[in-house]
Design a protein around this ligand. Structure first.
Ligand code: UDP
Ligand code: MG
Length: 316
């Protein structure tokens, strides 16, 4: 990473042969008087995308191409873009022309106002209602409620980040939509701007309705990481204790009934339930303890701090 630029634009590309040229043209027009670079991360395209971005980069030193060996997914592509970028601000956007490069200056202005993350909000989203807008509406409400990071549109790839935000987070699976939520663990300020959204004119979307379920599972992971990654026993132990107490209570009632009132015990489902609850309770508590060991290995083997410092003020 030799050169220094102000803005790195990261674009994941997977079979976008009919879009890259137009996207490149729009980008250079918008960015004309700024110091910038464009990182085209080619996520194992099997069409002419590879060839086209190679041509573009040969003619323009602003363009960096990262070619993946195979298709690793959009999150991996964005992550690679972060790794190879050298700008102070990183802007991510889709490579299918659905995001409008003309919105980038708006995002940059918001960053300059002192925000660490600026998320685009596709105010008038141009996607089908049932398969896209409705699931995404529900997902957005859910994510905002559960993670406590209040945004209208998590799925919009058009976002801008200060460099240290992307330096401090690691992405797995399909977590790119959760970057603001994951980054909120570092302690950052997040803003939102309304952005233009255009229908996909060339190529096809790479996702279907099945994405909804993966988003829900990812949400559980993110919530767990945000709230309990430093104290897993508090969640597993709590569930365990509740289950244990319930089991013990039922057992107690059963014993009293059996001993004082001579009620039969052998044919009662309640007994099974009590045993089950006690077992589950013990399992959860032990699971919490094992997780506590795990997080120590996780943090201490990599010297990962459990805090992030903004500044230290010491009197000279
Ligand atoms: N993409 C990618 N790898 C993949 C799937 C998608 O790099 O495995 C890129 C794709 O080329 C596009 C962006 O991610 O630039 C968003 O994909 P898409 O437009 O299919 O998603 P949608 O807009 O339908 O949510
Ligand atoms: Mg798209």
């Amino acid at each position: 990473m030799d050169k220094q630029v102000d803005v790195s634009i990261v674009v994941p590309l997977y079979n976008e042969e009919d879009n890259v040229r137009e996207l490149y043209r729009e980008l250079i027009t918008v960015m004309a008087d700024r110091s910038y670079e464009i990182l085209f991360v080619n996520d194992g395209s099997s069409d002419r995308t590879t060839e086209l971005i190679r041509e573009i980069s040969a003619a323009d030193p602003h363009v960096v191409v990262v070619n993946f060996r195979r298709n690793f997914g959009q999150t991996a592509a964005m992550s690679a873009g972060f790794d190879y970028s050298c700008g102070d601000v990183i802007v991510t956007m889709d490579g299918d022309l659905q995001n409008d490069p003309a919105d980038i200056p708006k995002l940059l202005d918001k960053i300059n106002e002192g925000n660490d993350v600026v998320a685009g909000w596709r105010f008038k989203r141009q996607d089908p209602f049932w398969s896209r807008r409705l699931p995404s509406m529900i997902a957005n409400r859910l994510i905002s409620w559960i993670t406590g990071v209040k945004l209208h549109d998590y799925g919009c790839t058009l976002k801008a980040f200060r460099k240290y935000v992307v330096e401090n987070i690691k992405l797995y699976g399909e977590m790119h939509r959760f970057i603001p939520a994951i980054a909120s663990a570092v302690g950052i300020s997040i803003a939102e701007v309304r952005v233009n959204h255009r229908p996909r004119r060339h190529g096809t979307s790479k996702y279907g309705i099945s994405r909804t379920f993966r988003v829900i599972l990812d949400l559980i992971t993110v919530k767990f990481l945000l709230s309990y990654s430093n104290r897993p026993i508090h969640i597993f132990g709590l569930i365990g204790l509740i289950s244990l107490c319930l089991g013990a209570l039922i057992s107690f009632v059963l014993v009293v009934q059996r001993q004082l009132y001579a009620m039969p015990l052998a044919d009662r489902p309640m007994l099974l339930l009590a045993i089950l609850l006690i077992f589950i309770g013990i399992q959860f508590v032990t699971f919490g303890l094992i997780s506590e060991l795990q997080i120590r290995t996780y943090h201490e083997s990599q010297n990962k701090p459990i805090y992030y410092v903004k500044e230290v003020i010491r009197r000279p």
